[in-house]
Design a binder for this molecule. Structure first.
Ligand SMILES: [Zn+2]
Length: 570
């Protein structure tokens, strides 16, 4: 219980830096309004996390089931996302789609009850009962789940749930998708030279509009409440024209909704991964490259970049892309692959990237979210230095540094101020280099990330890595494939009970709280001096029959180095 008051009473070693969601502006703003409830440090703020996953694994039947986790945010930074503090509160069988709001109703009912009436709770630290109030602080999920959770469709011409109808994406005819290309000049200061640049962005277009106003929570609630259903089409009036509201989320029922400055978090993990993946594909010219024929056709229509425009091919011939300076040449790509193959990281820092390298095809297969995280923040500048022109490299390095600063465990407010100014300019520097097809909604989100960090505190407390880890654990627990959701729920409850009951055990007793250390230093080690110390297995053991000469060498080594044998030798 003591740890639950950390957000208020916990020791901060560096008071200027943000280390916890409670250092964010959203938290202090809320506390300023609801002083009485905020005064009691034991009252709990929770985060909701939603994500879909396939409980049968990737290779099995296509099926998703959605989970909603509740995470108390009062705990110290390193403890918040420990598996025992992440509670599974809801399992939605199948994809909820626009019924997400309906499925979430029980959770919101409980939240309203816990806010208004409170729950009688025993405090073990003071050995007294008290009425605990619980309220919602923010939610974390990937971009698609964000849309489902808040009821705003994240596709189409207004895909950004933060700007809402304030930013209208451009339709790319050839690519057949909406692009955020050249939609951010309005976020720059009014006298910024990029606003008057008619050459590098959309040709012949100057931007004089001010930045769109972000809607406040009260305005959002009013807009949602004013929505009328068009019974013929089965959706809200004006859908796709003025708004993209798909359903009413129960979130607006919370009595304190208007006081939440940051009701949802953009997940940095997925954003970074998608941007890094697009960048990797484009630089390495893989099949996922955003610099493809369709992108070049759109580029010719939108921008004034004669060097990148393709010549119309003869009838029956294929389009041929002219070479551009931001794509690595074949021999450079091979060199990169060889370099990746030779990379070594500190233990536990990153996955082994070398596994997936194929030098002959210049591909690195099987890169996951965390690999892209390491790649864009650490490897990108070193990898491209000297291979791309200096002005391109500088932008890539800036992007890498942007993410590295944002992902810091301790965020200083001065850095965030800088990042907020840097974000739109950085986007524009990228738009000068890459074709319009490169810029999707994910690239647009770069604009909002620093602001969200200011509101919600360091991204470590609002990204999805821990949630994905929980899903992985949950997936392993499903034993009864015929009743998959029930099996998950039962396994989770069982673990929760064992977690809380065993926390009163002595340290010497084996339990989930004192796991076996990663490096085997336990009492199973040998009595012989030579075999004492850290002698853990590096991987799964297998049996090997020794050749005669191998056996002799090993025996000789043991006999020469074993102290216990010395008296006999002498
Ligand atoms: Zn936006």
């Amino acid at each position: 219980m003591k740890q639950m008051t950390w957000h208020k009473n916990g020791k901060r070693y560096n008071p200027d830096k943000m280390v916890h969601p409670s250092d964010g502006d959203a938290w202090t703003h809320f506390d300023g309004i609801h002083r009485v409830k905020a005064e009691e440090a034991r009252n709990v703020r929770v985060a909701l996390a939603t994500d879909g996953f396939n409980p049968y694994g990737l290779s099995a039947a296509p099926y998703t089931c959605w989970t909603v986790f509740v995470i108390p945010l009062n705990l110290p930074p390193g403890v918040i996302f420990q598996p025992k503090n992440v509670f599974l509160s809801l399992i939605i069988p199948g994809h909820p789609g626009n019924n997400m709001g309906v499925f979430m109703e029980p959770v919101f009912d409980d939240l309203i009850d816990a806010w208004e009436k409170g729950v009688l709770t025993y405090d073990r630290a003071t050995k007294r009962n008290f009425t605990m109030h619980v309220w919602y602080h923010y939610s974390l999920h990937d971009f698609l789940a964000y849309g489902l959770f808040c009821g705003w469709c994240v596709h189409g011409k207004f895909p950004c749930p933060i700007c809402k109808a304030g930013v209208r994406f451009t339709w790319l005819k050839s690519g057949g998708k909406f692009s955020s290309f050249d939609q951010h000049r309005q976020f720059l200061p009014l006298d910024h030279p990029f606003r008057r640049d008619i050459k590098n962005f959309t040709k012949g277009v100057e931007v004089t509009d001010p930045a769109p106003q972000m809607m406040t929570a009260a305005e959002i609630r009013a807009e949602i409440e004013a929505l009328k259903v068009d019974k013929e089409k089965g959706r809200f009036d004006g859908y796709g024209q003025y708004h993209m509201w798909t359903h009413k989320s129960g979130l607006t029922r919370l009595p304190y909704f208007n006081d939440l400055l940051l009701p949802h978090n953009i997940d940095l993990m997925h954003t970074e991964k998608n941007i890094a993946e697009a960048l990797w594909g484009t630089l390495m010219d893989t099949e996922k490259s955003k610099d493809n024929v369709k992108a070049r056709v759109d580029l010719a229509a939108l921008c004034d970049r004669p060097k990148q425009v393709m010549k119309t091919p003869a009838p029956g011939k294929k389009w041929k892309r002219t070479s551009v300076d931001f794509v690595l040449k074949k021999d450079q790509r091979r060199e990169v692959c060889q370099w990746v193959q030779s990379l070594m990281f500190p233990d536990g820092y990153a996955a082994n990237l070398r596994r997936g390298v194929n030098v002959s095809t210049c591909r690195v297969l099987g890169m996951k979210s965390h690999d892209f995280h390491i790649w864009i923040e650490r490897l990108l500048p070193a990898m491209t230095r000297g291979f791309v022109p200096e002005h391109v490299w500088r932008v890539l390095a800036e992007l890498s540094y942007f993410f590295r600063q944002l992902c810091a465990k301790e965020l200083s407010r001065a850095v965030i101020d800088d990042l907020e100014k840097v974000a739109p300019v950085l986007l524009y520097k990228m738009e000068k280099i890459f074709p319009p097809g490169f810029f999707l909604s994910m690239q647009h989100l770069i604009l909002h990330l620093p602001h969200e960090a200011r509101m919600g505190g360091p991204v470590q407390a609002c990204w999805c890595y821990p949630i994905e880890r929980c899903l992985k654990v949950l997936q392993k627990k499903c034993r009864n494939k015929a009743r998959i959701e029930a099996s998950m729920a039962e396994a989770f409850i069982l673990e929760e009970v064992s977690n809380f009951t065993t926390s009163y055990y002595k340290d010497s007793l084996p339990s989930v709280h004192n796991p076996i250390p990663r490096y085997n230093t336990d009492e199973r080690s040998s009595n012989l001096s030579l075999f004492k110390g850290q002698l853990g297995r590096a991987s799964a053991s297998s049996t090997k029959t020794l050749r005669n000469d191998e056996w002799r060498t090993i025996m000789l080594y043991v006999l020469l180095n074993l102290d216990e044998v010395n008296p006999y030798v002498q």
